[in-house]
Design a protein around this ligand. Structure first.
Ligand SMILES: Cc1cc2nc3c(=O)[nH]c(=O)nc-3n(C[C@H](O)[C@H](O)[C@H](O)COP(=O)(O)OP(=O)(O)OC[C@H]3O[C@@H](n4cnc5c(N)ncnc54)[C@H](O)[C@@H]3O)c2cc1C
Length: 475
């Protein structure tokens, strides 16, 4: 059984002074489960999240707003995906202003956050608008994005305006914003508190330590968002299936995938606030790229019977082409008189002697695709079909250009492991370490870890933060 109760476990919705049980707006919550699990020895706590109002697009004056178009080059979510959308809907940008802030401030006296009604810990990275105007009191405006919710709806999501103030205050504040003077709303924003189960009660497979064959996945484990929930859902699903079939568990490592980082962080470090996956949490983030996701994971997925043979072949073919290209670039040298015209055009220095092509690709100004086109799709005897091998060319280029960084990253990760027992002076001044993240700073100051090993296990303290502390300690 996989339990994925999201925000529904004893969910309590807050809008101003009003609150009522609910899992999401207009949906009932789920009661009794948490209490029953407690009887089996589980512990659970409360977290909070929130959402902005939904606006009626027919009442927004888009003419006075700044348009934000989608990406020009649309890239598929999957390498197998050939059905890319042809059209995209735009988002629009607007801003709060001093009047908006004054109206919102009038609602504080009835705010569940400031009257202490909300006990759960909220997400650091999507604060409510009232949080923002208090934390950044000197800011005269905050940027907001108006995002269409779909093709066949007038509904707009106002990103950056999450709020649990009363509906009247939200409505009045919205109307003070440029482009929203006549706005109508479908639903006000709200905050929701819900039960979560500290994920240190889980194994790497997301099976609970307490009860065999029971798995927890998603927001119930103290994570914040869609991707974190989806990642855990698939891992719990895979592992539940493998267990029924009495097969070996499927665990992804930290240097293999963000899923590996996420689950390792959850089960080892636990959470003390809603957990959001950030690239900075991964010590191997240069290895964990979007362009090589298939290279990292297709075979693992194929072995357990998930990825199709077709997908596996496609990936192998791409890798073969990449290898062929890198080998050719390493092998062939080029005469200055042939290449210098191109180098000048790319605004990079000319070469004086015959040089290896791969050294030119290392230069940031040189794009491999352009170089290949310039060479008429030929490297020595190798013919490269630039139009049809775009993906292989892209990964070859990234691999060549990133090689130095990848090695450095692996060294740093290794160094952090070796320096596990280094003591940290209990009076060390974290405020002086400007380069560490605010989240890390707050937690280090509160917890005061005694060793580098202990510091590295604090949720929110990333490998790059650790590297900075090491530098500060003269290591
Ligand atoms: C209002 C709001 C706005 C959000 N906005 C964003 C956002 O912009 N970006 C982002 O990344 N994340 C956002 N999130 C978070 C994101 O929606 C969740 O993190 C994610 O959906 C969690 O997935 P989940 O599968 O854990 O649970 P959910 O998606 O919450 O699903 C839980 C499911 O379990 C069912 N359920 C619960 N209890 C029981 C029971 N006892 N019996 C049977 N069924 C039950 C519920 O009906 C529901 O279908 C938002 C969440 C909320 C509430």
């Amino acid at each position: 059984m996989i339990l994925t109760t999201g925000t529904f476990g004893n969910g309590l919705i807050h809008i101003g002074r009003m609150n009522h049980p609910g899992g999401r707006i207009s949906e009932p919550n789920s009661t009794g489960l948490s209490e029953q699990l407690k009887e089996y020895g589980f512990i659970y706590g409360r977290m909070k999240t929130g959402t902005p109002a939904r606006l009626d697009g027919r009442t927004i004056d888009f003419n006075v707003l700044e348009e934000q178009k989608g990406d020009e080059e649309i890239i598929g979510f999957s390498f197998m995906d050939i059905r890319l959308p042809k059209e995209q809907r735009s988002c629009y940008i607007t801003y709060t202003n001093e009047k908006t802030h004054q109206i919102l401030a009038r609602g504080f006296k009835d705010s569940p956050l400031y009257t202490g009604k909300i006990k759960g810990i909220g997400p650091r990275y999507c604060p409510s608008i009232e949080d923002k105007i208090v934390t950044f009191a000197n800011r005269k405006q905050h940027q907001l994005f108006l995002e269409p919710e779909g093709w066949k709806t007038n509904e707009y999501y106002i990103n950056g305006f999450s709020s649990s103030l009363s509906a009247e205050i939200q409505y009045e504040a919205l109307k003070s914003i440029k482009g929203l003077e006549d706005v109508k709303i479908f639903r006000p924003g709200y905050a929701i508190e819900y039960d979560y189960f500290p994920p240190t009660q889980l194994k790497y497979t997301l099976e609970t330590k307490e009860i065999a064959n029971l798995y927890f996945a998603g927001q119930i484990n103290g994570t914040t968002g869609y991707e974190e929930a989806a990642a855990q859902g698939i891992m719990a699903g895979i592992n539940a299936h493998l267990k029924i079939r009495e097969k070996e568990a499927f665990i992804l490592r930290r240097d293999e995938s963000y899923i590996g980082v996420l689950i390792d962080d959850l089960v080892n470090k636990g959470v003390d606030e809603p957990y959001r996956m950030f690239t900075s949490r991964a010590e191997y983030r240069i290895l964990l790229r979007q362009d090589n996701a298939d290279e990292r994971l297709t075979e693992r997925s194929f072995i357990i019977g998930l990825a199709s043979e077709d997908r596996m072949h496609k990936m192998e073919d791409k890798l073969r082409k990449k290898e062929k290209l890198i080998t050719a670039l390493k092998k062939y040298s080029i005469e200055p008189k042939i290449i210098n015209g191109f180098l000048r055009r790319m605004k990079t220095s000319e070469i004086k002697q015959k040089g290896k092509l791969i050294d030119l690709v290392l230069r940031p100004e040189i794009k491999l695709e352009k170089l290949l086109k310039y060479l008429d799709n030929k490297i020595g005897e190798e013919i490269i079909d630039v139009e049809r091998e775009k993906e292989s060319i892209e990964i070859a280029e990234i691999e060549i250009k990133y090689n130095g960084y990848i090695k450095r990253e692996a060294l740093i990760a290794e160094k952090i492991r070796r320096l596990e027992d280094i003591a940290i002076d209990s009076k060390v001044d974290y405020d002086k370490m400007h380069a560490i993240s605010t989240e890390a700073k707050q937690k280090l100051k509160r917890i005061r870890p005694l060793t580098i090993g202990q510091a590295s296990r604090i949720s929110g303290v990333s490998p790059s933060d650790i590297n900075i502390i090491l530098l500060y300690l003269g290591r």
